[in-house]
Design a protein around this ligand. Structure first.
Ligand code: SF4
Ligand code: SF4
Length: 455
C-alpha cells in the first residue's frame, strides 16, 4: 500500500459516524454569513439591511483575483452587517439574514453544453470548454473545501505546466466522515465533478487518493465506469481518461497535499513550493462535488457537508448544512452536548481550531465540528521537552519541531524560522506524539505571525 515517510497512525474514532447517512439540516431562523471564508481579500457585500434575498443569490462579491463570491444560504431579509468571531477567534464582517420561510432558489443560468445532462452525473464533457468551467467555478464562489479555502478558479490556472490532477479523498483527520459519505452516497456526481476539474486544467492523468479505512467508498468508486485500481494489471490496460484510485495506508497526515503527492506520484514538492511546481493540482472531494453542482445545476456554493461528532455529542451525524448556520443550531439538531464535554473543535482534532463556545457559524471550509469529553481530550499541561526526538521522527516535512518550539518559547523568531517554522503545514502530528505535551503547533503559528509582522 502506498504512503509517505513519517506520520503516525492516530486512533481515528470514525466508527461514530462512518455508517451514518447524510442528513439535511432544516432551515433555522438566523444566519450569519462571513464575507471572509477564503484565503485572500474579504468579499464586498452587495446587499444592505432591509434587502430581501433568495437562497443561492450573490450577497458579497469577490474583491480582486484572490477572493471569492458569497451567496445567501436561505430566503429571507438582511438584518444587518455585524462583526462576529470566526472559528479562528478573529472578528469578521458577517451578513445577518433572518429567514422568511420562502422556498425560492437562485441558480446560475444553465450552461448550454449541459442541456441534455442526466441527473446521475453522466455529463457531456466534450461540449463545455475549460474557460466555461473555470468561469462557472469563480461565479459560484467555490473554494478549497478541505480546509484551505483557496479560490478554486485561481488554483486551476497555475503558472507552471501541470500534467496531473489528484483528488484528496484521504480524509485522514480522526472523527471526520463527510468526504467518505459523499463518496458512498453521491459517487457519480462526485466523479462528474472530478472529470470537469480535469477538463478545466486540461489533463487526463487523474488520481483519487483514498485511505484504506474507507473500503466501502473505495469499492463504490471502482464499480463506476472509467475508474480503475492502482494495480499493475489494471494500469497495463488503462485507457485514456481512466481515473486511477490509489489505496493509501491509513496514517496521519496522509491527506496533506505534499504527503498525498508523494504517495500517489512519488514526486516531492520543494520546500516553500506549491503542487504545481511538480506538475500537480490537488483538489478535495467536497470541492469536486461543488463543481459538479455549479456546472450542471447552476448551484452556487451555499451549503456543505460536515461531520458532527465526538462522545460529547448526543447523536453524531453527517449533515448537509447551509453556510452561515450558527453552530449552536447544528449541535441542537444533534441532541445537544453531554455534560462531560470539555473541548469544542471546529474541524478535525489534529488541525482544527479549539472553540470557546458555540457562538460561531458554519463556513465553506468547515468539514466538521467535534465535542470531546474528558476521556477523549488530553487535559495534560505542557512540561519541559525531554529531547526524546519523537516529534522529529514523525514530521512529514523532516523538520525539528522541538527547536521551533524552544526558540518560539524564548522569543527568538529568527531561529524558529531557521528551523523551518514557515515550512510547517501545522498537521499537529508532532504535538500528538509529544510525551511532554508541548504546544508545538501553537508555537509554529506564533512564529508565523511574528515573522509576518517583521516583514
Ligand atoms: S512540525 Fe509542522 S509539519 Fe512537522 S509534524 Fe509538526 S505540525 Fe506537522
Ligand atoms: S516529542 Fe516533545 S519532548 Fe520529545 S523532543 Fe519533541 S518536543 Fe521534546
Amino acid at each position: 500500500m502506498k504512503t509517505f515517510k513519517g506520520g503516525f497512525h492516530v486512533p481515528d474514532r470514525k466508527d461514530l459516524t462512518a455508517g451514518v447517512s447524510i442528513e439535511d439540516m432544516p432551515v433555522v431562523t438566523d444566519y450569519f454569513v462571513s464575507v471572509s471564508q477564503h484565503i485572500g481579500k474579504p468579499a464586498q457585500p452587495v446587499v444592505k439591511a432591509g434587502d430581501e434575498v433568495v437562497e443561492g443569490q450573490l450577497i458579497a462579491e469577490a474583491n480582486g483575483l484572490i477572493s471569492a463570491n458569497i451567496h445567501s444560504p436561505v430566503c429571507g431579509e438582511v438584518v444587518e452587517i455585524v462583526k462576529r468571531k470566526n472559528a479562528q477567534g478573529a472578528l469578521v464582517d458577517c451578513i445577518h439574514i433572518k429567514s422568511n420561510g420562502k422556498q425560492d432558489k437562485f441558480t446560475l443560468p444553465p450552461l448550454a453544453a449541459f442541456s441534455a445532462v442526466k441527473t446521475d452525473g453522466d455529463v457531456s464533457y466534450e461540449s463545455v470548454t475549460s474557460e466555461q468551467i473555470v468561469e462557472r467555478i469563480r461565479e459560484a464562489g467555490i473554494v478549497g473545501m478541505g480546509g484551505a479555502g483557496f479560490p478554486t478558479a485561481v488554483k486551476l490556472q497555475p503558472k507552471d505546466p501541470v500534467d496531473s490532477l489528484i483528488i484528496n479523498a484521504a480524509e485522514c483527520e480522526p472523527y471526520l466522515n463527510c468526504d467518505n459519505r459523499l463518496l458512498i452516497e453521491r459517487t457519480a456526481e462526485f466523479l462528474a465533478g472530478v472529470r470537469l476539474l480535469a477538463k478545466a486544467i486540461g489533463v487526463t492523468n487523474v488520481y483519487i487518493g483514498i485511505e484504506a479505512n474507507k473500503q466501502e467508498a473505495y469499492n463504490k468508486l471502482l464499480e463506476q465506469s472509467g475508474v480503475i485500481a492502482d494495480s499493475k494489471e489494471a494500469l497495463q490496460n488503462r485507457k485514456e481518461g481512466d481515473i486511477v484510485v490509489v489505496l493509501l495506508k491509513a496514517k496521519y497526515p496522509q491527506g496533506a497535499e505534499k504527503t498525498l503527492i508523494k504517495a500517489c506520484l512519488n514526486r516531492e514538492v520543494p520546500v516553500g513550493g506549491l503542487p504545481a511546481a511538480v506538475g500537480c493540482i490537488v483538489d478535495n472531494v467536497g470541492t469536486a462535488y461543488a463543481v459538479w453542482d455549479a456546472v450542471v445545476n447552476g448551484v452556487t456554493l451555499h451549503k456543505r457537508l460536515m461531520t458532527v461528532s465526538g462522545d460529547g455529542i448526543a447523536n453524531p451525524k453527517n449533515l448537509e448544512v447551509a453556510i452561515g448556520t450558527p453552530l449552536s443550531a447544528v449541535v441542537e439538531l444533534c441532541g445537544g452536548l453531554r455534560e462531560n464535554t470539555v473541548k469544542l473543535i471546529s474541524g478535525g482534532p489534529m488541525m482544527g481550531f479549539s472553540l470557546m463556545d458555540l457562538d460561531v457559524s458554519v463556513s465553506k471550509t468547515d468539514s466538521g465540528f467535534l465535542a470531546l469529553t474528558d476521556k477523549e481530550a488530553s487535559s495534560l499541561l505542557p512540561t519541559p521537552c525531554i529531547n526524546c526526538g519523537r516529534c522529529a521522527a514523525v514530521c512529514p516535512m523532516k523538520l525539528m519541531p522541538m527547536y521551533i518550539d524552544f526558540y518560539t518559547t524564548v522569543g527568538d523568531t529568527e531561529n524558529a524560522v531557521k528551523y523551518g517554522a514557515l515550512n510547517c503545514f501545522e498537521c499537529g502530528t508532532c504535538a500528538y506524539v509529544c510525551p511532554a505535551k508541548r504546544p508545538i503547533v501553537q508555537s509554529v503559528r506564533l512564529t508565523k505571525i511574528k515573522a509576518k509582522e517583521k516583514k
